[in-house]
Design a protein around this ligand. Sequence first.
Ligand code: SRM
Ligand code: SF4
Length: 512
Amino acid sequence: MTNAATATVSLNKFEKFKAEKDGLAVKAELEDFARMGWEAMDETDREHRLKWLGIFFRPVTPGKFMMRMRLPNGIITTNQMRTLAEIVQRYGCDGNADITTRQNFQLRGIRIEDLPDIFCKLKSAGLTSIQSGMDNVRNITGSPVAGIDADELIDTRGLCCQVQDRLTNNGEGNPAFTNLPRKFNIAIAGCRDNSVHAEINDIAFVPAYKDGILGFNVLVGGFFSAKRCEAAVPLNAWVPPSDVVGLCIAILELYRDRGLRANRQKARLMWLIDEWGIDKFRAEVEKQLAHSLQPAAEKDEIIWEKRDHIGIFSQKQPGLNYVGLHIPVGRVYAQDMFDLARIADVYGSGEIRLTVEQNVIIPNIPDSRLKAFLAEPILQKFSINPEPLKRALVSCTGAQFCNFALIETKNRALETIQELSAELSLTKPVRIHWTGCPNSCAQPQVADIGLMGTKVRKNGKTLEGVDIYMGGTVGKDAHLGSCVMKSIPCEDLKPILQDLLIQRFGAQLKEK
Ligand code: SRM
Ligand code: SF4
């Protein structure tokens, strides 16, 4: 690999350990790790390099690792779901999994001793967790109703899989893309409502017509970090679907070889775009491709408000429906996963989809089976018609498992919403996103109300608190919200949220 990392003058700690040994190298050492146990492992292998295989050491629960999968376009078969459920049940000491804000699964409580077995099971199920952490491309997101949406423009399923297969060498690992300067996100939108938050990805494809042909306008450089958050900017390029993979590869090679590596806080793609300017960046992409890019189509086709896909919807296939189930803050247990797989088999076609709002869609349910489907007990837990405040609640992992967290998020988010829902009535959902620290994994900047964990001082004590973000919009004309209130102790938050919901979102106090 002709990698700029080796030529960088001052290498940060991460660049140094990557130069010493590629992250992917630990794949060959799994049996050894399993034999020696996590405590005897080299610290860098344990805490960093294992992330190249999707295995995350959790300082909060030492010895119990988290496993992050890759599910291109957020699609999983019921057999695969059962495989994950079995892993959680048999090997996961904490017995749960989370649906992530990138249409993906993370499994909890994995022990290093079980990794060889677990990887065998994943492989037989056609699943992979490879290259899902650290300086790799994350799960490729696509329209959650690709191929079934009556109003779809482009079916993103094949494209997401092709991009992933190229980047990971069909799940085996691809050293050509394991030493990027930083993490990297790619999203492919195929519908009119931007249900993948295209604008917050390093590369985003949004549907657009050019000379009557349907393809994608391309946006680049979107990202969130503790230091800086930016929406993606237009590359002034339009590509037909057949050029999506090639363009991703060209941009990634450019980023890999010329991206900034000295300071990890300034290593995401947008920093390179800033340094070069978008025109030079575009010209360099063309050089990498060895052909010119077509200018962007005048307008894209993102013209709808964002949908949340919860409820019952007719598909483009006559007589079939997809049903979106609300999964509170994305948390599921092994039994839930088995139950979801069962109903998707009995009523659907053996497929399950995940959304970036951490919810589930069961596609391909015939009209004649809907009534019986709706009577399934699991729908009491995972509702198709949740209350407006619960419906759009998103939360990152938070302090229970994440060592970056400044606050507990998932449980607190649920409790707060429970209390607010008991007191307020709303006619429309309000998108409330809880994120445990400024890394912004739960994207508070795209929420109606974003809550970002922080530490606050009150009466001489340090408490868990939040900064409040507002004004994030999604769908057409999406733009990022900004911080409107700082350092609110969590214990004082409820009345503030209540006030905001009444003043800004038309909530009414329920009669007691
Ligand atoms: Fe994230 C790091 C969880 C989506 C920005 N993120 C982490 C780590 C790995 C930190 C760690 O090692 O503990 C968290 C793992 C906690 C755990 O145990 O679960 C973590 N991020 C998550 C997930 C699980 C949140 C969730 O509850 O859904 C999401 C997993 C997605 C996936 O399937 O791959 C997740 N993270 C995001 C997103 C949202 C997105 O991609 O749309 C962002 C903002 C968008 C972006 O990346 O530009 C995000 N995560 C970060 C950052 C800040 C990146 C930066 O450039 O500074 C970090 C910290 C880092 O990379 O240094 C981080
Ligand atoms: Fe952890 Fe912070 Fe990301 Fe939440 S936002 S998962 S606390 S890194």
